[in-house]
Design a protein around this ligand. Structure first.
Ligand code: 8DG
Ligand code: MG
Ligand code: MG
Length: 143
């Protein structure tokens, strides 16, 4: 059999917090197209979660982050896709290493742009997995 069976992938999603705001952007890629979500990306071979979070944020926004903390893991299966996908997503939170830095849209083919939103007034429509987490009471801000 020469067809490789699809396997689950690991992604890290970052809740970048700045005061009462969180960073989100509108996705332009297939899964969750036109929906708002957190910066995220695939875990690379040999990386730990913190390294992945710092690298993906830097690649996508140019921002440097600090105080990276694990929050939760979710299991997300996207079967209703031309190419079904299965992600184990590690959610972390972090803050800006330099509070005067502003996000740059460094992957404009993947994201419409980054902006800061209040948790009580998140942009719509939200990407399915984060929408479900919000409805289940998830809150990334220190309580
Ligand atoms: P890379 O090539 O740079 O490594 O990856 P990427 O292009 O930055 O990947 P991504 O789509 O931003 O993130 C990887 C996957 O994570 C994405 O296709 C779907 C999955 N994912 C979930 N849940 C969530 C979520 O709540 N937020 C975000 N942003 N991604 C999520 O399964
Ligand atoms: Mg990404
Ligand atoms: Mg990326």
């Amino acid at each position: 059999d020469h067809t490789a069976a699809p396997s689950p992938q690991v992604a890290v999603a970052i809740c970048l917090l700045r005061g009462k705001w969180i960073l989100m952007g509108r996705r332009l890629v297939t899964i969750g197209n036109s929906k708002f979500s957190l910066p995220s990306g695939h875990l690379e071979f040999g990386e730990n979660f913190e390294e992945c979070a710092a690298r993906e944020i830097k690649e996508e926004t140019g921002l440097d982050i600090d105080n990276i903390e694990f929050l939760k893991v979710t299991n997300n299966v996207f079967m209703d896709q031309p190419n079904p996908a299965h992600y184990v997503v590690v959610f972390v939170r972090a803050v800006l290493a330099n509070p005067t830095q502003t996000p740059i849209n460094l992957e404009p083919e993947k994201c419409d742009g980054w902006d800061w939103y209040e948790w009580d007034n998140l942009p719509q429509p939200l990407f399915g997995p984060i929408k479900k987490m919000v409805m289940d009471g998830f809150n990334p801000f220190p309580q």
